[in-house]
Design a protein around this ligand. Structure first.
Ligand SMILES: CC(C)(COP(=O)(O)OP(=O)(O)OC[C@H]1O[C@@H](n2cnc3c(N)ncnc32)[C@H](O)[C@@H]1OP(=O)(O)O)[C@@H](O)C(=O)NCCC(=O)NCCS
Length: 184
């Protein structure tokens, strides 16, 4: 049973991840176009079956307490995981990650998906502030922060799967700024 609330947006359905999602998740995730933008802790080449291990060891033991991972579906196809939004309590320094299957980029889906997650984080999970990060040069990910009211903090050295990325941009979204942003 998922311990996380389900969200429906205009075009998407989000629910808490289950172990049975592993295969569908990996099918859309294990591509260099997606993974190159992620932290160097993510293995590349991506080992077959690694999503199942990731869920079993890193996500499910903390799901709903320290970590919240929603898988994303198109409303009309609730069998295919097309991405995820992942939130965690302890900032490293960031508190959130996300990815979307490449076929679905550039349609505003991730902007749509992060909205209910931000609402839940601030209103139900008690976050007063969230920190986000993206590789310097990952313009799509940067844009999501800009489009959801986050404030740019600074650039720092960081390592990614793509070795051409050598820095990350850090962003902050406070509960106060989110509330103000929404009411504009
Ligand atoms: C980052 C990611 C989730 C974005 O998802 P998405 O659904 O395509 O995002 P959206 O469509 O909501 O927004 C993307 C924005 O970037 C803009 N964009 C698209 N291509 C761009 C480019 N090459 N340069 C600059 N901006 C670009 C889009 O125009 C859009 O902004 P707009 O609404 O103002 O036009 C997706 O590209 C992805 O999964 N990338 C690989 C994994 C990744 O980078 N994860 C984040 C790690 S921090």
């Amino acid at each position: 049973m998922s311990q996380l609330p389900e969200f429906e947006t205009e075009r998407l359905f989000l629910r808490g991840v289950k172990l049975s999602d592993a295969e569908s998740y990996e099918k859309n995730f294990a591509h260099y176009e997606v993974i190159q933008h992620l932290s160097h802790h993510v293995p590349w080449p991506y080992p077959q079956g690694a999503v199942k291990s990731f869920l079993e060891t890193m996500v499910l033991p903390e799901l709903g307490t320290e970590r919240w991972l929603w898988v994303i579906f198109l409303k009309e196809n609730r069998n295919e995981v097309i991405g995820c939004v992942d939130l965690w309590r302890k900032g490293v320094p960031e508190n959130r990650g996300f990815w979307l299957a490449q076929d679905h980029w550039g349609k505003g889906y991730m902007t749509e998906a992060v909205n209910p997650v931000l609402e839940y984080a601030f209103n139900d999970l008690g976050f007063e502030k969230l920190v986000f990060a993206n590789a310097l040069g990952n313009a799509r990910s940067r844009r999501i922060k800009e489009k959801t009211g986050a404030t740019f903090l600074e650039t720092q050295p960081a390592r990614f799967v793509n070795p051409d990325y050598t820095e990350h941009e850090l962003w902050e979204l406070t509960k106060k700024n989110w509330m103000e942003f929404k009411s504009r």
